[in-house]
Design a protein around this ligand. Structure first.
Ligand code: CA
Ligand code: CA
Length: 286
């Protein structure tokens, strides 16, 4: 794969290599193998994600966002308490709020992402876990024997060999069909369920990318291992990175539900649209 730029032909070859390698990872994670090589990421003129070639060692990427069931097993095994649980609140968006408005909500945490019984983890085991800080994600990864992907690894796996804006092409909704769980409304003031979900959706509700990864665009924003990027201001020590947008992201707000944009997150923040996907660098992966 070394030196091979992304192209549709390259995508086909890589798909043959990668899709046959999905295998069981830790704590029920299904992992896809991404071969070592040099891959093209970014785009010409993109400020935070310029076009470049990156060389990576082989790695594995989970096919789904980490679920409530998986996080529950971690908590049961370790007694871990998340930042939101220790703080006593998480940040919640409700239908009818204005763009960018989030409410500090007592009791909101991974067990109750909206602070009440809706979407409770106990009754929604196949939903992605949310109300997770960067430290919470790191603690889970340490226990599970995996790690967060870098922004480049995330993009390589999410692209699955294509050079389009989305895994399925350059159109957000080809033929008017929603392809991911995002916020389609012009603003957040009015309810939006064009794709079938106003808030979170179970993992695997939408078609996967070419390598079998689900929800790389939308559902929950996914923490990455990188801190503030070189293009960010030097005083952003509390910033970490996240990719893929979320159910809350809309055309008029963050619009990060694509293969190019790199989101910024406060590493101490806990929100109802923030989760993570795990990666791994096993010794056996050459
Ligand atoms: Ca939606
Ligand atoms: Ca996602």
């Amino acid at each position: 794969m070394a030196g091979e730029p992304l192209s549709r032909r390259g995508a086909s070859l890589l798909a043959l290599l990668v899709c046959g390698c999905a295998a069981g990872g830790p704590n029920g994670h299904e992992m896809v193998l991404v071969p070592a090589g040099t891959y093209r990421v970014g785009a010409q003129g993109h400020g935070r994600n310029p076009l470049r070639q990156v060389a990576v060692a082989a790695f594995e990427m989970a096919t789904t966002e980490t679920t409530n069931a998986q996080f529950a097993r971690f908590v049961e095994a370790t007694g871990y308490s998340t930042d939101a649980e220790r703080d006593g609140f998480g940040m919640v968006f409700e239908e009818g709020m204005i763009d960018w408005q989030w409410r500090q909500t007592p009791g909101a945490c991974w067990r109750r992402p909206f602070g009440d019984a809706r979407f409770a983890a106990a009754t929604h085991p196949d939903h992605p876990v949310t109300q997770i800080s960067a430290a919470d994600a790191a603690a889970y990864c340490a226990w599970a024997g995996c790690r967060l992907p870098t922004v480049e690894e995330w993009e390589i796996a999410a692209r699955a060999g294509v050079d389009t804006r989305y895994p399925w092409g350059d159109e957000l909704m080809p033929g008017g069909k929603p392809m991911s769980n995002i916020w389609h409304g012009k603003t957040h003031f009015n309810s939006d369920d064009l794709d079938g979900f106003v808030y979170l959706s179970p993992v695997k509700c939408f078609a996967p990318n070419g390598w079998g990864l689900f929800d790389v665009c939308g559902n929950v924003f996914e923490y990455c291992a990188n801190g503030a990027l070189a293009t960010d201001a030097a005083d952003l020590a509390h910033i970490t990175t996240a990719r893929g947008g979320s159910w809350w992201c809309s055309e008029g707000t963050c619009e990060s539900y694509n293969l190019l944009d790199i989101g910024q997150m406060d590493r101490n923040g806990s929100l109802a649209n923030q989760g993570f996907r795990v990666a791994r660098s096993p010794d056996r992966v050459k």
